[in-house]
Design a protein around this ligand. Structure first.
Ligand code: HEC
Ligand code: HEC
Length: 331
């Protein structure tokens, strides 16, 4: 009796030392958070050297982002699927493109995409310039071959002065690469700084509610932050995600080693962008959180844990950029 009491006490002692460490990590939440787990969203995303940002290029890029004549049908623009009134998405499980075809993947938000190096769910493109060339040509999206896209835009005379202003050193500025460069430049303005977490990290203790702070502790404690960390609350790298039938990067490379590799999603604005996952299979954020815990961490979250995690995730909605709808040249 006595002996088991002693053993019990030792065990309790060990446990409380351990949980003491965990609690310590939680109590010093902000320090630990600042020391690398989370970080504020920078005011400006990385800008490639060969595509400097200018107001003229941003303006042209915005026009092209809203330009349906970049599609074969003449009715689909980037904005059709990345609707800035809907958090930069279409809120569909998987997007409908040319001829109402679907590519089977959900449209990720364009908000803050500029902070990702690897683009698309499977990270198959690097950088926004490369990314933007994909959907214009993709049969299931805008279905417009590159040369036809250039021809179509060049045939609209009103565009020339905008390309000349955006690419002043070039004799023939209306090229497919420049279309992509301008769109990418506009996308670098689609960032949402200064959410509640950012304000909290800058020292405003009251920016996060008590529930959100508890949620922040839980995502650290249960291990979500192994993949969801840094300014984007995503490592930006590819990780295995064994869920659904899509083979991820292997769809493109055919390599067994790439099977089911998907880029870690950002948590910024995540409460605005239902449904979730590459196949849109999680209808609500709650579904997505519960599934993630099971698939990635082999853990069933309690209702309470889910409640607090949702409060944290909901605090990650930043200031949306103010967008005025551009007037496009008629001809
Ligand atoms: C028919 C709907 C549709 C259209 C039109 C469309 N997209 Fe997308 N977009 C998607 C889908 C779906 C994905 C994800 C595809 C994948 O990962 O395989 C995507 C991915 C992206 C991404 C990657 C974001 C990230 O986090 O990796 C960016 C950026 C993007 N699109 C920008 C654009 C631009 C710019 C245009 C116009 C030139 C455009 N899209 C047109 C549906 C669309
Ligand atoms: C091993 C890495 C890893 C861990 C750990 C992890 N995630 Fe993820 N998370 C991912 C990947 C990869 C995706 C993209 C999934 C896809 O392609 O559909 C993702 C996507 C998500 C999404 C969907 C975002 C969207 O826009 O569709 C949510 C929400 C999410 N994770 C929350 C969590 C939570 C909460 C935890 C902890 C309980 C967690 N994740 C743990 C890697 C991880």
């Amino acid at each position: 009796m006595k002996r088991s009491l002693v053993v019990g006490l030792v065990v309790v002692g060990l446990l409380s030392t351990f949980s003491g460490l965990v609690l310590y990590a939680q109590d010093t939440g902000r320090e630990q958070v600042v020391n690398g787990l989370f970080a504020t969203l920078p005011d400006v995303p990385p800008i490639p050297e060969d595509n400097p940002m200018t107001p003229e290029k941003i303006e042209l890029g915005k026009m092209l982002f809203f330009e349906p004549r970049l599609s074969a049908s003449g009715i689909i623009s980037c904005h059709t699927c990345h609707n800035l009134s809907l958090g930069g998405t279409d809120r569909l499980p998987s997007s409908l493109g040319h001829d109402f075809q679907t590519g089977g993947r959900n449209a990720p938000t364009v908000l803050n995409a500029a902070f990702f190096n690897l683009q698309f769910w499977d990270g198959r493109a690097t950088g926004l310039e490369e990314q933007a060339q994909g959907p214009i040509q993709a049969g299931v999206e805008m279905a417009m071959p590159a040369d036809l896209a250039v021809e179509r835009i060049a045939s609209i005379e009103g565009y020339l002065p905008f390309f000349q202003a955006a690419f002043p050193d070039e004799e023939n500025p209306i090229t497919f690469l420049n279309i992509a460069k301008a769109i990418a430049t506009f996308e670098r303005t689609l960032i949402t700084p200064d959410d509640a977490l950012d304000r909290y990290l800058r020292g405003d203790e009251s920016a996060l509610s008590a529930d959100a702070k508890r949620g922040m502790e839980i995502v650290v404690q249960v291990g979500c932050v192994a993949c969801h960390n840094g300014p984007m609350l995503s490592t930006g790298t590819l990780m295995p995600f064994n869920h659904g039938t899509d083979l991820g990067l292997a769809t493109v490379t055919g390599e067994a080693a790439d099977e089911r590799l998907f880029r870690v999603s950002t948590w910024r604005n995540v409460s605005l962008t239902a449904p979730y996952f590459h196949d849109g299979s999680a209808a609500t954020l709650e579904d997505a959180v519960r599934t993630m815990a099971v698939v990635q961490l082999n853990r069933t979250l309690t209702d309470e844990e889910v409640f607090y995690i949702l409060a944290f995730l909901e605090s990650l909605v930043g200031d949306a950029p103010e967008i005025t709808i551009p007037e496009l040249p008629v001809n």
